[in-house]
Each structure stands twice: as structure tokens, then as C-alpha cells.
Ligand binder design. Structure first.
Ligand code: AMP
Length: 234
């Protein structure tokens, strides 16, 4: 089956998770967040969870081999048959190269960069509160829950991510700039790159993303998957 693959790129705090959650029901494909999967592995103290924890606590990236492995395994599940939304992966050119080998001929690829500038992003991250029950995302500065510390949707106690502290946020921005930003050029060259304005209200950004996915010429969503096939695209 031809899959719809959406890659959400963007600075930490740009709204990748929020937008992935907003579009997944509309597209009827799951959100795959490598950050969530890693945090779960850390909480379960699995072998790679222990390795990941030190890197995550330092605002650095977890090794490509670990992340590539968890994504390769995850996308084989039945719920990914029609496609999936990648939130936070790939984050390095090496990951993008590995992922490219997992794309089948005819799969449609949409790379959507949620562009946002860093001054506003710091408060988005340091004020962020997450519900461990349903995944709803709040912000103490701009979208506080009705009852402090409690999820409006399911009533669970909200938590703050340990890497959303100010000193780590700056380190995560630096990591993004050095390791993830080169993906803009990588996907631009493949002709599947799109940008939306991530500083607009959440609903507007969602609309922009969906209009790209609905409106883009199908031919412009296909990328060469092998070296031989890349020739006609060169
Ligand atoms: P996120 O929830 O996407 O902000 O990710 C939280 C942390 O998990 C990041 O700061 C990294 O340490 C790690 N992480 C998530 N996705 C990746 C990835 N694709 N490659 C390497 N590390 C990742």
C-alpha cells in the first residue's frame, strides 16, 4: 500500500507534538514521537533507556543507531500501514539517510518545517506542562489548565519535562542548529520540503499543514529510493 509519510521538522518548542496530535485524526495515521518512545524507555530502565537518559539530560541527541532502530521497528506495526507522522525524527542527516532506505517506492513524503524563532520558544518550553494520561499539552504562560496542575481533559496530574529547564533549553537549541537544521537543505534538494509559520495560532498552523498535504502535486511527494532511481530525478 502507498503510505503517506509526514515528517515534522522544527526547533524544540516549535509545536511538532501539538501539530502531530492535531493532524493524526484527520489523516487517520499515527503519530510517532521518538522523544516519547525514548522517555518511555528511560522510565522502564531498558538497556537503551539507560544509554539515552544521559544524553537527554544533557540536551544532546541520542545515538543514531538507537533511534534508527526504534523507528524501523515501530513503522512495521499494522497501524502504520497507511502511513505515519514522524515527530522529532529524523534529527540528523545520518538518520535521514537511514530512513530513506525504509521508504517504499510510491510512498508519499511530506516534510513540513514548523518555522519558529527562539525568543518566543524559550517560554513555550519552560512553561510547558504535559498530561501523562492523554498527552494534552498546556503552557503556564499562554494555555494554563483550568485547575492548576490538573489536565482539563482527563484529570491526571500534569508534569514538566526535565529537559524543559532553561539551561537545557539553550543546549537543545544549539543541538538543533548544528545537527538538525542541515535537514532543511537535505529535503529541499529532494523537492519534498515545505515550511509553515509556527508563530501563528495553533489552529492556523494546523490548517496550513493540512492544505499542503491535501494540495501538493502528488509527483512532488515521491523521492528516489535507490541510487538507480535517483538518476531520472537528478
Ligand atoms: P523531543 O521530545 O522530540 O523534544 O525529544 C526529547 C529528547 O529525546 C531530545 O532532546 C533528544 O535527546 C532525544 N531524541 C528525540 N528524538 C531524537 C532523535 N530523532 N535523535 C536523537 N535523539 C532524539
Amino acid at each position: 500500500m502507498r503510505r503517506k509519510i509526514v515528517i515534522l521538522l522544527g526547533h524544540p518548542g516549535a509545536g511538532k507534538g501539538t501539530q502531530a496530535r492535531a493532524i493524526m485524526h484527520r489523516l487517520d495515521i499515527p503519530q510517532i514521537s521518538t522523544g516519547d518512545m525514548l522517555r518511555e524507555a528511560v522510565a522502564r530502565k531498558t538497556s537503551y533507556g539507560r544509554e539515552a537518559k544521559a544524553r537527554m539530560d544533557a540536551g544532546e541527541l541520542v545515538s543514531d543507531s538507537v533511534v534508527n532502530g526504534i523507528v524501523a521497528e515501530r513503522i512495521l506495526r499494522d497501524d502504520c500501514e497507511k502511513g505515519f507522522i514522524l515527530d522529532g525524527y529524523p534529527r540528523t542527516v545520518q538518520q535521514a539517510e537511514t530512513f530513506r532506505k525504509l521508504i517504499n517506492n510510491g510512498d508519499q513524503l511530506f516534510v513540513i518545517d514548523i518555522a519558529a524563532n527562539s525568543p518566543g520558544l524559550t517560554t513555550r518550553l519552560t512553561g510547558r506542562l504535559i498530561c501523562p494520561g492523554c498527552g494534552e499539552i498546556y503552557n503556564t504562560f499562554s494555555r494554563a489548565p483550568s485547575v492548576e496542575g490538573v489536565c482539563d481533559v482527563c484529570g491526571w496530574s500534569l508534569f514538566q519535562r526535565s529537559d524543559d529547564r532553561e539551561n537545557l533549553v539553550q543546549e537543545r537549541f544549539r543541538t538543533y542548529k548544528e545537527e538538525t537544521h542541515p535537514l532543511v537543505q537535505y529535503y529541499n534538494q529532494l523537492g519534498v520540503y515545505h515550511q509553515v509559520d509556527g508563530m501563528r495560532p495553533i489552529e492556523e498552523v494546523t490548517k496550513q499543514i493540512l492544505s499542503i498535504i491535501d494540495g501538493v502535486d502528488q509527483k512532488k511527494t515521491l523521492i528516489p529510493v535507490t541510487a538507480e532511481e535517483s538518476k531520472p530525478f537528478a
